[in-house]
Structures are given as C-alpha cells and as structure tokens.
Design a protein around this ligand. Structure first.
Ligand SMILES: Nc1ncnc2c1ncn2[C@@H]1O[C@H](COP(=O)(O)OP(=O)(O)OP(=O)(O)O)[C@@H](O)[C@H]1O
Length: 299
C-alpha cells in the first residue's frame, strides 16, 4: 500500500448541514431537500449536485421497486444508500447509470440528460462496480487496463499504462497483477473491480456494497482509498452498504430506504436510533466513540 491509501479519513461533518424533516410517515424531506444539497464549506453556499435523480420510478415486470426517488450527489461527496435486504438499493444504483431504465423520472449529469448520452460517454463519466462480479480468464493487469477502454483511441498510451500501474499499487494489487482473475478470492476480485472503476477516472462512482467480501483490515483500506479518490479527484460517489458503522465513518450523507421510498435523508448528525429502528425494525442505540456515531443493536 502506498501513502495514498493510508491517509486518515477526513471528517466531513462541517461540509453538510442537511437535517431530516419529520413527516407523519417518518423522516421525509421536502422535494427540495431530496435533491440533496450539501454545502460548500468554503462559501457556505450549496454545492450543486453533479448527479441528479429526479422522480424516478422503477418496476420489474409489474412489481414497483422504486417510488418517486429524488436524490443528488455533489462532487467530492460520498452518499450512502442504506436499508434492509430487497428494499431497492442496487436497483436504484443501476438506474443511476441506466443499466436499468427507470419507468419515469430523469437522471442528469450536470446539465446533461443521461438518457441522451452514448454508452461510451456514460462510461467515461460514470464508473460502476457491481455487487457480483463476473471473472474471466485474464490477468489482474489486463482487467484493470480494461477500465481505460472508454478513453483509449487507436492504441494504449503511456499515460494509460501509468494510470493503471499507479492504481494497481494504490489498491495493493502489485503482487498479483500477473495472476488470472478467475483464480482470485472474492475479496481480491472485489479490489480488482474497484481498481478498474478508478482508472476509468469517472466523475461519478457507483459502488454496490464495495466492502461486502473484504476482511476488516481490507474494508478500512479500501474505504480509505475510496475516500482519498473522492477527496482528491472530486468524484461524486454513491455506495450501497449494509454495515451502518462503516457507512457512518466514511460517507458524508445517507439515504435510508423503506418500502421503495426514501424514508430519511441526513448527514451524520441527523442519524437517530428511531430512524434506524423504523427502517430495520430492530431497536438500536446510537453512541459516540471518538466523535464518531456508532449503531449498537439493543437486543
Ligand atoms: N432482475 C430482477 N427481476 C425481478 N425482480 C428483481 C430483480 N432484481 C431484483 N429484484 C427484486 O427487486 C427488489 C429490490 O432488489 P434490490 O437488489 O434492488 O434490493 P437491495 O436493497 O439491493 O437488496 P440487498 O440488500 O439484498 O442487496 C427485491 O424484491 C428483488 O427481489
């Protein structure tokens, strides 16, 4: 691991001033808030969302999974999508880069409507790492190099190679770069896929449970690496997660999903035990350790 990856995660509390609004059905934001407008801490003016999801509905055949979802994520921000199994987190992530076509609603990348962009232009701008990754008979190095594909013209340039080599170092993959990816462990493959998305140099990064197959040490390393990339390259990042405490540690803002809707949207200081109990159906305490909120089940 290089120094890059070992940077302490930054505390982004001061960036966000979004608090949940209480609604009779729970903590639901106004439409305005659902766009998710974090503040630029230099000017204290709202930082515009780079990726904007507006009024998205999605159904598989006839089953409605997403209901009027509105959310935005700004450059340099990590938004965590949280909620129980099957609530629609991965579906929402896939709608964000049009792997799945929403039934209604729009996805904007800045001023550009994603539905009007070519697949290659989407790939240049939006990196996506799936929950389950297919492996193939190719080396780690070649697999990461594939991330450069949307940028490569007639041939691979020295710049492409140096971006790939740097990322392979940063993600601790140097020792295994000549191994075949179909011979890697689940966690190793997860790191390769993340590394491939990073060399794509996207302005938006969508990560579906990026740490699900990783041990405790790798979880911390990879989330620090993601935080580092987000901070230094101003990437707008959305990740689905099950581990609330890791999410609270590394993300800036959170949406809690329930019944296909956004039940609550808040920053770290807005996360409450009541909110988590309502979404996950289990009583919890939110305690603080080193100024960091930690969710502890009461049962
Ligand atoms: N291809 C599909 N066809 C039909 N239904 C699907 C499909 N994929 C997902 N679903 C259903 O849509 C709902 C939302 O699934 P999704 O994978 O988005 O949930 P999730 O919140 O990411 O779940 P998990 O936390 O378990 O990964 C679930 O009820 C799931 O069974």
């Amino acid at each position: 691991m290089t120094d890059d990856i070992s940077h302490e995660e930054h505390n982004h509390d001061e960036k966000m001033h979004v608090h949940p609004h209480v609604h009779s059905e729970g903590y639901v934001h106004t439409h305005e808030h659902l766009h998710g407008v974090p503040h630029d801490h230099h000017t204290d003016s709202p930082a515009p969302a780079l990726l904007n999801v507006d009024g998205v509905n999605f159904e598989y055949k006839t089953d409605r999974v997403l209901n009027e979802i509105c959310v935005g994520v700004a450059r340099g921000e990590i938004l965590a999508i949280l909620g129980p199994n099957g609530v629609g987190k991965s579906t929402l992530l896939k709608c964000m880069n049009l792997i799945l076509q929403p039934k209604t609603g729009t996805i904007m990348l800045g001023e550009l409507n994603l539905t009007k962009m070519s697949g290659n232009d989407i790939a240049k701008n939006v990196g996506y790492v799936a929950q389950r990754n297919d492996s193939a008979r190719m080396t780690v190095f070649d697999s990461v190099l594939l991330g450069r594909k949307p940028h490569i013209g007639w041939r691979v340039t020295d710049n492409d190679y140096s971006i790939v080599e740097r990322a392979i170092d940063q993600f601790g993959l140097a020792d295994m770069q000549l191994r075949y990816i179909d011979e890697l462990s689940g966690g190793e493959l997860q790191r390769v896929c993340l590394c491939r998305a990073i060399v794509q140099e996207p302005s938006v990064l969508l990560l579906d449970e990026p740490t699900s197959a990783l041990d405790l040490c790798r979880q911390m390393e990879i989330l620090r690496a993601i935080r580092n990339v987000v901070d230094h390259h101003d990437v707008a990042t959305v990740m689905t997660m099950h581990d609330l405490n890791l999410a609270l540690r590394f993300a800036d803002r959170f949406i809690f999903m329930k019944d296909g809707k956004i039940y609550a949207m808040c920053d770290k200081s807005g996360v409450t035990a009541e909110m988590i109990e309502a979404v996950y159906g289990i009583p919890v305490d939110v305690i603080y350790h080193n100024h960091m909120p930690i969710v502890v089940p009461c049962e």
